[in-house]
Design a protein around this ligand. Structure first.
Ligand code: MV4
Length: 446
């Protein structure tokens, strides 16, 4: 096992990783920007090193400053968390060059699964279902039109280097496909430095179901079943839950097994999430692979009992996966509410500033992942998530009731948050029934 790990992140995930380190008997070194200098979680680390001013580009996104801190603190490994540098192959490569273990995949595996065209080809080879579409990147509008005629409209143009909804265009006819293909490529070149685009069949009514997988360096890999993340707005998830409402194990198992085949084939180690869309007939199509720990990993931890962050560290240290697939069992139901410092009544405008009153919920089945304490000042420089409320119970119905109860205990003043919206959603008949699609929340909020 490592002696010392540097955490190249901030906020609740930095604290989550400190806790994993503590339980493993590993020292934790935090890096922080000037905007986070008073954050209380820094005092829970064995050491905290300032790496620069508030803007992320000069601190949490600055590879040389983070590597310098890692050298000064003499760490064995770096955990990147999510966001920031977590999916940048050049950062994983910089760690390798400095003989520091990157807690995640190799830069090669990250690049292969991070490029959508390459990932889709790998998925096809591994027998993972994907949408019909172009075999690779397309340059010529004529070629796109030919494929669209075969698969039928609507089609969607995606950037191979895109992700999280950036650089997508939906086309309902030949005219719009012709006029969009060139523009999409130019836009992708400007945004990602890679103009490769591809097309595939566009699915109008879909749920977002993703599979948590984890692999070790000895060729072993397991899945931890699925999460449903359909309740989102502008590609920002609000609620995640597991298992997916009304989905039976026999339907999802082959999808999970396909995801495991993909990461084994890619010689992938570390945690990954394979994102899928599910249509009304419960057909699955893979969208992309996230090569990091995800914000919503706690819902999977709550239903399986597996500590994902600790397992990531153990496999990075070269240990074999501590579980075989037949030791993974789904127990009950979990729901995560992302509590953001945003005003849902004003287009989710960020609400930076001091939190004077902070009364978090507790009690049976309630987990709070947060770095906030009374008096915390929400900085304006980063994302606005201040807490994740994760609730577990025996069934989905009980879990929703318990989440309502927890949200009612939760008081934050004076800034506006998403707590009230979550309370409303727990009462919403469509959510309670289960099966809302990925456009539901945006329609509801109109
Ligand atoms: C799609 C799609 C429908 N059909 N692909 C958005 C994020 C990126 N990961 C892929 N996305 C989509 N790809 C096909 N072929 C609809 C979306 C999509 C979406 C997917 C997941 C969660 C929320 C979404 C919101 C809008 C569109």
């Amino acid at each position: 096992m490592f002696n010392r790990i540097l955490i190249a992140n901030r906020g609740e995930i930095a604290l989550r990783i400190i806790r994993a380190c503590r339980e493993l008997g590993v020292e934790a070194v935090c890096v922080y920007s000037e905007a986070d200098k008073d954050a209380k979680y820094l005092r829970m680390a064995d050491r905290a090193i300032c790496i620069g001013p508030a803007p992320a580009k000069e601190s949490y996104l600055n590879i040389s400053r983070i590597i310098a801190a890692a050298e000064i603190a003499d760490v064995d490994a770096i955990h990147p968390g999510y966001g920031f540098l977590s999916e940048r192959a050049e950062f994983a490569q910089a760690c390798r060059d400095c003989k520091i273990e990157f807690i995640g995949p190799t830069p090669e595996a990250m690049a292969r699964l991070g490029d959508k065209v390459a990932c889709k080809n790998a998925a096809k080879e591994a027998g993972v279902p994907v949408f019909p579409g172009s075999a690779g990147a397309i340059e010529d509008p004529e070629e796109a039109v030919k494929i669209a005629d075969k698969i039928g409209y609507p089609v969607i143009i995606k950037a191979s280097a895109g992700g999280g909804g950036r650089g997508m265009r939906v086309c309902h006819n030949e005219g719009s496909l012709r006029s969009n293909i060139q523009a999409a490529s130019t836009e992708a070149q400007a945004a990602f430095g890679n103009g490769a685009v591809f097309i595939e069949k566009y699915l109008e009514h879909a749920q977002h179901v993703e599979i948590q997988v984890i692999g070790d360096k000895h060729g072993n890999a397991i899945h931890l079943w699925e999460r449903n993340c359909s309740m989102q707005r502008r590609h920002q998830k609000l609620i995640e839950e597991a298992p997916s409402p009304g989905l039976d194990r026999e339907t999802i198992r082959p999808v999970c097994e396909a995801a495991v085949r993909l990461i084994k084939q890619a010689k992938y180690h570390g945690a990954a999430t394979c994102e899928f869309l599910m249509d009304e007939k419960r057909n699955f199509y893979m969208l992309e692979v996230n090569t990091r720990v995800q914000v919503e990993h706690p819902v999977t931890e709550m239903i399986t009992g597996v500590d994902i962050v600790k397992t990531m560290i153990r496999v990075a240290a070269g240990e074999k996966l501590p579980y075989t697939q037949d030791q993974i069992h789904v127990n009950g139901h979990a729901i995560e509410c992302r509590i953001n410092a945003e005003d849902p009544d004003r287009k989710f405008m960020p609400q930076p500033g001091p939190i004077n009153r902070w009364e978090p919920p507790g009690g049976p089945g309630v987990r709070m992942d947060t770095h906030v304490v009374p008096g915390y000042v929400v900085p304006k420089f980063y994302d606005s998530m201040v807490a994740k409320l994760i609730v577990h119970d025996e069934t989905r119905e009980k879990c929703i009731e318990r989440t309502r109860r927890a949200l009612a205990e939760f008081t934050v003043e004076p800034i506006k948050t998403t707590i009230g919206l979550h309370a409303r959603l727990m009462e919403n008949g469509d959510f309670r029934k289960g099966g809302v699609d990925i456009h539901y929340l945006e329609r509801l909020l109109k």
